[in-house]
Design a protein around this ligand. Structure first.
Ligand code: ADP
Length: 763
């Protein structure tokens, strides 16, 4: 968990500033503050308005005087020119003074409201210009009494008089040479001042507009300048000091190296407060030699980091070291873009800040309880904190893991675990953070996260991921096994498909063979049926003729031996017919062609009849035959087949009984069925042979079977016929102790669905 230092860039802001900045600072010092300007603005506006108004007043009055003077000059000039042009002789000889006056007047004589009057010796106005002028009658009447103009003429000059009609006017009078006529020029003062008035009006308008604009600007300035905010740095510092006791405010001009401290900052160091700017050199003298604040700030500037959060040691006035934490922001001054660090300084000693001790303890507890190894370095590669897991992991002594220990010291005393493998975790690395996994020599795995903090420090967290890695390995193994199983399954599926195909082939073969076997069976049955039929016809003849010969119906046979032969032929024929009938029945059963001819029959009676048939053979060998149970027992069955069943079973019982034995037949009802048990005391059947009995042509090999005739079909036919009735046949036997064959028949036999043909009656 080693930390990496960032590459140091070039282009550190120069600490020494240019000369003009000093001048600028000086100017700034004497410039009025915005608050002062706010107070000055109304005064300045009023003063400016007064001065401008006074100046303007003097200006327009002098302009008025000038306009009047110019009007007087103009009037006098016109009067002089006109009087010179008028000749007394012409006037005396001409009665048309009007035209004489018109000819004598200069072009502009009647401009600007001027009126020219020509009066005779008595003062009577004889001519005027303009001709429509209102002035008529006597000149004296027009000019009013008591004025020296008419008497003094040109000597009176231009006078300002109030005319008889009340008009304030400039008047001048000239005597016409050689006559008593007088030329009078009158210009109302109003007309004379018309130009001055319009010019003044324009100027007044401009002045008012200008004044309004100034008032507006002043008002806006007054309004926008915040009231009550003093640009007084001392006041701000004082307010901050009061609001945050124990927090020193720093304002550090990084370009010039000037630092302003608030009063609490001095108090933190036990110094007397001062409003003077502190040069950085003075501060540096109090700094611990390992804590180079300026280098740190140069790094912030070169790397463009604006946030500053740093702990450093300063010597207190009483000589001890105090750790101070300075947190602030680097800004650029408006205008000259000089960098400033403005920040708050507090004592980093946890005891100095109320509540900080608790918070620190809680933080330490939290870091201690996490399952990861945690370490935090500050921007100067000094240990801020680490937990015991980190300590154990590196085998660090307690005294070395104290806050403030340098990275080099810590690493030097650490027993660095040997890393055998190291992998960067994909997609997680950037300039400020990286994540990697490392395997230690002892087999453990660590995931290490390293990340840069905002203040340039470094935090590193190592997580033990051995379990995770083991489970990953296990998962990989499982996956491999799974893949192997899938491959095996695929193989077995292929095998199964192959076997399935083989089975399909076999099934096809089996179906073919079955069809063939069935066809063969059918052929066999047909063959047996045919051959039986074919054999029975000659057999009947043999039996019939041998019986005729035996009974000597057509006279005696010559020799005794012939008689004996005829008997043998008869019994052999009868036996052969019996065998053929059995084969025929069996083949019919196997071909499924045996059907029942149902009817209500008395089983007791049928048994009685069957017992009668075997009774002779039994009597010959002294075997006792007895029937037990009800006298009548009607059930629904095929009479002929029942008789065939009982005959078979009874003849077997007699056949396989020793002489003097006994055969008992029991009829009982049980659960809606009829049970007929034929019990003998004969030789019995070995247990191994029992399962085979009832299958066609199965015989048990013993001394009796050798000495007794039999086709081995009797039991098979009996069982098939019992089952055809819906019943079952059970054979119980012990060798040497006799045999019991039990036939269970339903009292109401099931009706066959289709009845093909009635069974051919055996002979
Ligand atoms: P078979 O016509 O040869 O008697 P069965 O089908 O009737 O044919 O009998 C088959 C064999 O079962 C006989 O050969 C005999 O060995 C044996 N068996 C049948 N019934 C009895 C019995 N009651 N006691 C002893 N053995 C018997």
């Amino acid at each position: 968990m080693a930390r990496a230092r960032p590459a140091r860039g070039a282009g550190i802001y120069s600490i020494a500033g240019p000369r003009w900045q000093d001048v600028r600072a000086l100017v700034d010092q004497y410039l009025p503050t915005s608050e002062r300007l706010r107070q000055l603005v109304p005064v300045l506006v009023v003063g400016f308005t007064l001065i401008a108004s006074l100046g303007f007043y003097f200006q327009i009055s002098s302009d008025k005087d000038a306009a009047l003077t110019a009007a007087r000059r103009q009037l006098a000039l016109n009067a002089d020119v006109a009087s010179l042009k008028l000749s007394g002789e012409a006037l005396a000889s001409s009665a048309d003074w009007q035209s004489q006056l018109a000819n004598s007047l200069p072009f502009i004589a009647t401009g600007d409201g001027r009126v020219v009057l020509l009066s005779d010796a008595e003062g009577g106005i004889q001519a005027r210009a303009p001709i429509g002028s209102d002035y008529q009658g006597n000149l004296l009447t027009v000019l009013g009494p008591g004025q020296p103009l008419t008497i003094m003429g040109a000597d009176a000059g231009v006078m300002r008089v109030r005319l008889n009609d009340g008009t304030d006017a400039l008047v001048t009078v000239r005597n016409v040479r050689g006559t008593d006529a007088q030329l009078t020029l009158i210009q109302p003062v109003g007309s004379a001042l018309a130009g001055w008035r319009s010019k003044t009006l324009l100027e007044v308008t401009l002045l008012i507009c200008g004044g309004l604009v100034i008032v507006l600007f002043a008002g806006a300035f007054w309004y926008l300048t915040p009231y009550g905010v003093k640009n007084d740095k001392d006041a701000l510092t004082r307010e901050l000091s009061e609001a945050l006791p124990g927090c020193g405010v720093w304002r550090w001009n990084l370009a010039r190296g000037h630092v302003q401290w608030s009063t609490p900052m001095f108090a933190l160091l036990g110094l007397a407060p001062s409003s003077e700017v502190v040069p950085y050199g003075t501060i540096a003298k109090r700094l611990h030699r390992d804590d180079d604040l300026r280098t740190e700030l140069d790094r912030h500037l070169s790397e463009g980091i604006n946030t500053f959060d740093q702990c450093f040691r300063m010597r207190h006035a009483d000589g001890r070291w105090v750790t101070i934490r300075l947190r602030g922001h680097i800004t650029r001054a408006y205008g000259n873009s000089e960098p400033y660090l403005t920040g708050m300084a507090v004592l980093a000693d946890s005891n100095a800040v109320p509540g900080a001790a608790d918070a620190n303890a809680r933080l330490r507890d939290a870091v201690e309880t996490i399952s990861e190894a945690f370490v935090l370095w500050d921007s100067q590669n000094k240990l801020v904190m680490c937990n015991s897991k980190y300590q154990q992991f590196h085998g660090l002594a307690d005294d070395i893991v104290q806050p403030g220990s340098s990275y080099d010291e810590v690493i030097a005393s650490a027993s660095e675990p040997i890393v055998s493998k190291r992998f960067a975790v994909a997609g997680k690395a950037d300039n400020d953070s990286r994540t990697y996994e490392a395997q230690l020599e002892d087999g453990r795995w660590l995931r290490i996260n390293e990340r840069r903090t905002r203040d340039g420090g470094y935090v590193s967290v190592g997580t033990d991921i051995t379990d995770l890695k083991q489970s990953q390995t296990k998962n990989a193994e499982n996956e491999q096994q799974l893949r192997a199983s899938v491959a095996e399954l695929r193989l077995s599926r292929r095998e199964l498909e192959h076997q399935k195909q083989q089975l399909v082939d076999l099934a096809e073969k089996y179906a073919l063979e079955k069809n063939r076997a069935e066809a063969a069976n059918r052929a066999k049955s047909e063959f047996l049926a045919n051959i039986s039929h074919e054999l029975r016809t000659p057999l009947n003849a043999i039996i019939g003729f041998s019986e005729v010969m035996q009974q000597s119906l057509f006279g005696p046979i010559g020799h005794e031996k012939y008689q004996e032969y005829a008997r043998d032929i008869y019994s052999s024929g009868a036996y052969l017919l019996e065998v053929i009938n059995d084969i025929l029945d069996m083949s019919k059963i196997e071909a499924g062609r045996m059907t029942l001819d149902l009817g209500t029959v008395d089983v007791a009676e049928i048994i009685e009849e069957s017992m009668k048939v075997v009774s002779q053979a039994a009597a010959e060998r002294k075997i006792e035959l007895e029937r037990h149970g009800p006298e009548h027992f009607p059930i629904e069955a095929d009479r002929r087949y029942l008789k065939q069943i009982f005959l078979n079973l009874l003849s077997n019982a007699v056949k396989f009984s020793q002489d003097g034995g006994r055969v008992d037949v029991h009829l009982t009802r049980s659960n809606g069925n009829l049970k007929i048990a034929i019990k003998d005391t004969g030789i019995g059947i070995a247990e191994v042979h029992l399962p085979k009995l009832g299958r066609p042509f199965e015989q048990v090999e013993n001394q009796f079977s050798k000495s007794h005739q039999g086709s081995g079909l009797g039991l098979a036919i009996s069982r098939a016929l019992v089952e055809l009735h819906g019943g079952e046949l059970e054979i119980k036997s012990r060798e040497g102790h006799g045999t019991t064959v039990t036939c269970t028949l339903p009292i109401r036999a099931p009706r066959p669905v289709d009845i093909e043909e009635p069974l051919a009656k055996s002979a």
